[in-house]
Design a protein around this ligand. Structure first.
Ligand SMILES: [Mn+2]
Length: 372
C-alpha cells in the first residue's frame, strides 16, 4: 500500500497582506489527482492544517472540501493530527462520529495512543503536545522520548509501523515561513532522532522545507504543499509517498501555483527588464544590488510590479566621515556635512529637493538662535 504524507497546509495563511486561500482552494483537486494517479491507499496529514487555531470560514471551507474529496470521492482513509498552529480540540471534534467514514481525527495530548490499522500498516497518531502534559520540567525532547518509549514497547514487529508527529527534529532545516520552527533551531527542544527509532516511517510535520533526516529508518518532513514565503521561491514542493511493501519513499511534485519570486539585480536593469516581463502581477520580492531601498525607488518599482510585497536595498558603503579628522570635519559647512551623511546612508548624494529642505531647516535654526 502507498501512503501519501503531507503537512503544514496552513489554510488561511497570508503572504504580507495577501491571503493565499485563492491558491489553497485548489489543494483538494491537486491532492485527489495525486491520490488517483499514484494509487494511494491512505493519507496522513501531519499537523498545521490551519494557520491559526481559530481558522477563518474560508479556511474551513477548504478543509471541509479536502476531507470530503479524499474520503468520499477518492475513498481513502485519512489520518489527521493537530499541529502547534491548530486547536487540538477543534481538530478532534466529532472524531468518533466520522471514524466510520474513514476519517481519523486526532487533536491534543492523550495518554493512550492506539494505532490506525490500514492493510499491513499500523499508523500511530501523535498530535502536537506541550511537554508539560507529559511531566513537570521536561524539555520537548525528553517529553517526546517518554511518549515514543511507551509506544515502542507495544509495536507489533510483524506490521509496518508508522508514526505521524508534529515537532522539531534535531538537524531540521527550516525556512522563512516556519516561524515557530526557526525559533527552535539550536534550542533544547529539538527532538533527537533516536526518539523515532523502531518506526519504519516517521511522517513529520512542522518544518516547511521537504527533507529526510539521516537515520536508519525513514524520518521525513514532507514540507508544505505550496510556497508560503519568498525563501521558498526556488523550492520544489511535493507530497511524500511511502510504500509499505517496498518500504521506500518518493516525492511527488506539486504543481507550482503560487506565483511568487525574488528579483535580484541593479535598479536600472530591473526597470529595463520589466518592460518585457509578462508576469508583472506575480508576488515579488525585489533585492536591489546597487541602491538604498528608499521612497525614490519604491514608487517606480511598485508601478511596474503592483504585487511587490518586499523591497530590500543594498547596504551602502558607509562612513566616509569616519576617515576624516575632527579638525577637517569642523571646517566643513553644514551643507557639506549633511550631504556626506545622506550619501553615507543611502548611497546617493542629496537631491535638489532635499537640499532645499535642509536650507530651510538651517534658516529656521538660525532664526531661532537669534531670537534666544
Ligand atoms: Mn507549520
Amino acid at each position: 500500500m502507498k501512503i501519501l504524507h503531507t503537512s503544514d497546509l496552513h489554510l488561511g495563511i497570508s503572504l504580507g497582506a495577501v491571503r493565499l486561500t485563492e491558491f489553497q482552494q485548489k489543494l483538494p483537486e491537486i491532492m485527489a489527482d495525486t491520490v488517483n494517479k499514484e494509487k494511494i491507499g491512505c493519507v496522513i496529514i501531519s499537523g498545521d492544517i490551519f494557520d491559526r487555531s481559530q481558522g477563518s470560514a474560508e479556511a474551513y471551507r477548504i478543509y471541509n472540501s479536502l476531507l470530503n474529496t479524499l474520503c468520499l470521492d477518492c475513498k481513502v482513509p485519512v489520518i489527521v493530527i493537530s499541529g502547534n498552529h491548530d486547536s487540538g480540540a477543534r481538530i478532534a471534534a466529532f472524531s468518533e462520529l466520522v471514524r466510520s467514514g474513514g476519517l481519523h481525527l486526532f487533536g491534543g495530548y492523550s495518554e493512550e495512543i492506539s494505532p490506525v490499522s490500514v492493510e499491513n500498516a499500523d499508523i500511530y497518531p501523535l498530535p502536537f503536545f506541550e511537554s508539560a502534559y507529559v511531566g513537570e520540567r521536561l524539555s520537548d525532547a525528553e517529553a517526546m522520548l517518554r511518549v515514543t518509549d511507551r509506544l515502542r514497547e507495544r509495536l507489533d514487529k510483524s506490521r509496518v509501523n508508522i508514526l505521524a508527529a508534529h515537532c522539531f527534529a534535531a538537524g531540521g532545516e527550516p525556512c522563512e515561513s516556519d516561524i515557530s520552527a526557526r525559533a527552535a533551531v539550536g534550542g533544547s527542544c529539538a527532538v533527537p532522532l533516536s526518539a523515532f527509532a523502531g518506526f519504519d516511517y516517521v511522517a513529520l510535520g512542522h518544518i516547511h522545507r521537504p527533507q529526510t533526516m539521516k537515520a536508519d529508518n525513514i524520518i521525513r518532513y514532507c514540507g508544505t504543499p505550496l510556497k508560503y514565503s519568498f525563501s521558498e521561491a526556488e523550492q520544489e514542493k511535493s507530497f511524500s509517498v511511502f510504500d509499505t511493501d517496498t518500504r521506500e519513499f518518493y516525492a511527488v511534485p506539486v504543481p507550482n501555483i503560487v506565483p511568487l519570486r525574488v528579483i535580484k539585480g541593479e535598479y536600472e536593469k530591473i526597470l529595463a527588464d520589466a518592460q518585457t516581463d509578462n508576469h508583472r502581477n506575480d508576488y515579488v520580492k525585489i533585492i536591489l544590488a546597487d541602491r538604498f531601498a528608499g521612497g525614490s525607488v519604491y514608487t517606480p518599482l511598485k508601478q511596474l510590479y503592483p504585487n511587490m510585497l518586499q523591497l530590500e536595498g543594498a547596504v551602502p558603503k558607509t562612513v566616509t566621515t569616519a576617515k576624516l579628522s575632527m579638525s577637517e570635519l569642523s571646517e566643513m559647512s553644514p551643507e557639506k556635512l549633511a550631504d556626506m551623511f545622506i550619501t553615507d546612508r543611502t548611497g546617493q548624494p542629496m537631491n535638489d529637493e532635499q537640499k532645499s529642505w535642509f536650507a530651510e531647516a538651517l534658516k529656521a535654526a538660525a532664526a531661532a538662535k537669534e531670537e534666544n
